[in-house]
Design a protein around this ligand. Structure first.
Ligand code: FE2
Length: 434
């Protein structure tokens, strides 16, 4: 690869692997789910959704399509936002309760992630916690194949339909952790942007910043060549660092976020913007699903772990609750100010993709360019003003830092080697932006 960012390193990886589902995008594609299920030889389907969507139009479309295809199904809908390991246990019991041979998930990232985790636990009978990396879990590998899986997202943010990653809260620790396996990658992603038509502006803002940060973290992640070489090709993690493939999808997703995020949040009738955000979310999923995220996501887990209070308008969940995209973006400007020192050119390119005003600016100003563009977008979409906007103060910095330092893989994917003191300083810088 003739790109300086991916220059070979001693003992570093010399190759990268790309894995994405069969992706179909377009208005009305949910109607295809029955035929897609037939093509995957599904004869009895476990249909995962949440209590809010269960009786709504999207699940009705999926049910009708399955009935037209004469494929029986049963529904599991006891999934809340920010699902925990208890929810996964319930979902696994449901999956084990009958002779299901296929899974369909209809919902946001929470639903799709529970479906993935339940499939892993059903075929590998252990508590989900065992699959997380030590010290939280045992780092137990997941054997596959699991069930064939058709993922149908109903929000434009997580990109979970295109990743092999599941994010689950460990109830006992009250913290979310990430685990991944190539076997958890959905076979088919049916991405129907009509699902975003009725989302509230708060949800579009939160999920939109999630997609934006996925793309930005992916584009600025440590190069895959800087990670140690993996001897067993089947064990190569897809969270392998930035690579030429993830660059392509992340760059386009950044352009989409820069152009359409404010429009999609502030005008529910702007179908073009919302459709583009849906596509951008999936593109970002295909990107970071093959590279991994880094510090903004790592630091977000401290925020959701220790959250004090925040408005939850637009979400069917009681306070305190910080929507995922908001927990990510409140520290992002401070984080990119910090990481830009390591790879200023990459950050400069990212600022340009985000449509930042780079006229007359030099590469050494790239951290400020990215941060200022993020702050501008946050203000235009009424995102809380940094950590103080979600109820944190100076006294919380130490606890936030100790909580987030446990996210070892994401921290290791930072382009700048990062320690606890650096994380404390990023949180301090993230308290307030304007
Ligand atoms: Fe995310």
């Amino acid at each position: 690869m003739a790109c300086q960012y991916f220059a070979p390193c001693e003992h570093g990886a010399e190759s990268f692997t790309i894995d994405i589902p069969k992706v179909t995008f377009g208005r009305g594609v949910l109607k295809e789910v029955g035929e897609r299920a037939q093509a995957l030889s599904m004869t009895h389907i476990a249909l995962f959704t949440d209590g809010y969507l269960k009786d709504g139009a999207y699940v009705a479309t999926v049910k009708k399509s399955l009935e037209d295809a004469n494929i029986p199904y049963a529904i599991f809908s006891d999934i809340r936002v920010e699902p925990d390991d208890v929810c996964v246990d319930d979902a696994t019991r449901f999956l084990n309760s009958s002779d299901f041979d296929g899974v369909i998930s209809v919902g946001g990232g929470s639903v799709i992630d529970v479906a993935k985790a339940a499939m892993a636990c059903s075929k590998n009978p252990h508590p989900v916690r065992d699959f997380f990396a030590p010290p939280v879990g045992e780092g137990r590998p997941i054997s596959g194949p699991l069930y064939p899986h058709i993922a149908c997202p109903t929000t434009a943010g997580t990109g979970s339909e295109c990743t092999s990653i599941s994010v689950i809260r460990i109830k006992e620790l009250n913290t979310k952790f990430v685990f991944a396996s190539q076997h958890m990658l959905p076979d088919v992603a049916l991405i129907d942007p009509t699902c975003c038509d009725s989302l509230t502006s708060n949800v579009v803002a939160s999920t939109g910043f999630d997609l934006l940060s996925h793309a930005l973290e992916c584009y600025t992640a440590k190069a895959y060549t800087q990670w140690a070489e993996v001897k067993n090709p089947n064990a190569r993690p897809l969270t392998q660092g930035a690579n030429p493939w993830s660059d392509l999808a992340a760059a386009k997703a950044l352009e989409i976020a820069g152009e359409y995020l404010v429009r999609g949040v502030n005008d529910a009738s702007d179908q073009e913007a919302r459709d583009q955000l849906m596509w951008g979310a999936s593109l970002a999923g295909m990107a970071f699903g093959n590279s991994g995220t880094h510090l903004p996501h790592a630091l977000s887990y401290g925020v959701t772990h220790l959250m004090n209070d925040i408005t939850t308008d637009g979400y069917t969940i009681e306070s305190p609750f910080v929507p995922h995209g908001i927990s990510v973006i409140v520290t992002a400007p401070a984080t990119f100010r910090y990481t830009a020192a390591a790879t200023p050119e990459r950050h400069f390119e990212a600022a340009k993709y985000l449509n930042a005003d780079c006229k007359g600016a030099g590469v050494n100003e790239s951290g400020e360019l990215v941060a200022n563009r993020l702050i501008e977008l946050m203000r235009q979409t009424k995102i809380p003003n940094g950590l103080s906007g979600v109820g944190f103060g100076e006294d919380d910095i130490l606890n936030l830092s100790h909580s987030s330092i446990r996210q070892a893989r994401a921290i290791g994917n930072s382009p700048r080697e990062t320690n606890l003191v650096d994380i404390e300083n990023i949180y301090k810088d993230a308290l307030k932006y304007w």
